[in-house]
Write a protein that binds this ligand. Structure first.
Ligand SMILES: [Zn+2]
Ligand SMILES: [Zn+2]
Length: 122
């Protein structure tokens, strides 16, 4: 079971809805990243379960979080496809792994994590 939390910056007001680190559900896994180009946090999909057919012709970049979240779980023989964490806006963006407690991508003070998950996914 994966969890998405709201993180808020008390200084600049930046808000992000992300896992806050590495998290995984039954069908996919995410890694929270801070993108220096977007000045934002994202959940990058780093692993998802794919059908054998998709595995033979895998996509070059990972699908976006919203896409795997809304996808119907594929049927049949499933195996994990793995991806390097990249910015979902552009794979050329400069990113780093972000793991709470960690800093605001805009102003650099620590973000506050909302205690209650915004969304639970699997
Ligand atoms: Zn901030
Ligand atoms: Zn970016």
């Amino acid at each position: 079971m994966g969890r998405t939390y709201l993180f808020e910056c008390s200084k600049c007001g930046y808000r992000a809805w992300v896992a806050g680190g590495a998290d995984e559900g039954e069908h996919f896994a995410v890694q929270t990243i801070a993108c220096a180009d977007c000045k934002a946090l994202h959940d990058a999909v780093v692993r998802f379960k794919a059908s054998t057919r998709l595995r033979e012709n895998p996509p070059r970049t990972a699908p976006k979080f919203a896409a795997v979240l809304n996808r119907l779980p594929p049927r049949g023989a499933l195996q994990w496809l793995k991806f390097k964490p990249v910015c979902p806006v552009s794979p050329l963006h400069c990113i780093r792994i972000w793991k709470q407690p960690d800093k605001c991508p805009r102003c650099g003070i620590f973000l506050e994590q909302n205690a209650i998950p915004f969304r639970i996914w699997d």
